[in-house]
Design a protein. Structure first.
Length: 284
């Protein structure tokens, strides 16, 4: 979520101070007696991220500058202005641009993220929420893009029953259909439990992907492949006794042939079935 400070100028005193602060944070958190060690680690890491983030100056955001220049080139001058305002008077800039008060701990990355949410042609998605099928379709519609080979109504009808990865399936289906348009649908995520989705020229998307940064990550199919084996759509209705049918999505191992074991993707009562691979079409 945050850019880490490197000792590029050999400032050992500064690093020693940060390390000492980390030690103090660990001791403080141990005293809070968290029962879950994973929760304890997350708390310590979040505290350290904040300590490091406070040390970052305006000139340390080069990668974020480059991304914004590509993402919203027509608004880059506005970005430069509010960036200058933020580092001159953070409290006033946050209140003026976002209409928020009492957010002294907000970093510049978060500030710009919420600016993008409010002021750009995008779809804002909060993790675990519904309505994303309609939201992504509206984003495409606003750009004059009609993907007739996608059954939006069927996908929307699956939101309540399916796990959250249905949004990843929608993202994959949309991008396959967008290939001839030379456009790509992708998200920007800074780790706040939400994403901002954009539709951009594929060339622009690829340039954004090339930027190496810790400020944000690009939420796309390449990123999603780190979390799943392979996702398939059932294209031929299987036996009636199964709880899945044509148009449903399942997870299965890639590369296998013949009869394969698949897992359903429902929020409740996920089951495993043996299905002929010929009845499936790979989504990603």
């Amino acid at each position: 979520m945050f850019k880490k400070i490197s000792d590029k100028n050999g400032n050992s005193d500064e690093n020693a101070e940060i390390n000492e602060r980390l030690k103090e944070l660990a001791e403080e958190n141990n005293e809070r007696l968290f029962g879950d060690s994973e929760e304890l680690y997350e708390r310590i890491q979040n505290d350290l991220d904040y300590v490091l983030a406070k040390e970052i100056g305006a000139d340390e955001y080069g990668e974020l500058d480059s991304m914004i220049r590509l993402l919203i080139p027509e608004e880059y001058e506005t970005y430069e202005k509010i960036k200058k305002d933020f580092f001159a008077d953070k409290k006033n800039a946050i209140e003026k641009v976002l209409g928020l008060t009492d957010v002294e701990n907000m970093t510049f990355t978060e500030f710009i993220y919420f600016y993008l949410q409010k002021n750009t042609d995008s779809y804002y998605y909060e993790n675990l929420s519904t309505g994303y099928v309609e939201g992504l379709k509206k984003l495409l519609d606003s750009k004059g893009i009609e993907l007739e080979n996608i059954n939006w109504e069927s996908l929307a009808g699956k939101e309540e029953a399916y796990e959250e990865l249905l949004i990843d399936i929608v993202l994959s289906l949309a991008n396959k259909a967008l290939i001839n348009e030379k456009k790509t649908l992708f998200g920007i995520d800074i780790g706040l439990g939400s994403k901002i989705f954009y539709l951009r020229e594929t060339e622009t998307y690829e340039k954004i992907k090339e930027i190496e940064t810790d400020f944000y990550y690009v939420y796309d199919i390449e990123y999603l492949k780190n979390f799943y084996t392979s996702i398939y759509e059932i294209i031929v209705a299987p036996f009636k006794e199964l709880e899945v049918t044509k148009g449903d999505f399942v997870e299965a191992a890639e590369g296998e042939t013949g009869i394969v074991k698949v897992k359903t993707l429902f929020k409740k009562d996920n089951k495993e079935y043996d299905i002929n691979k010929n009845m499936l079409k790979q989504v990603f």
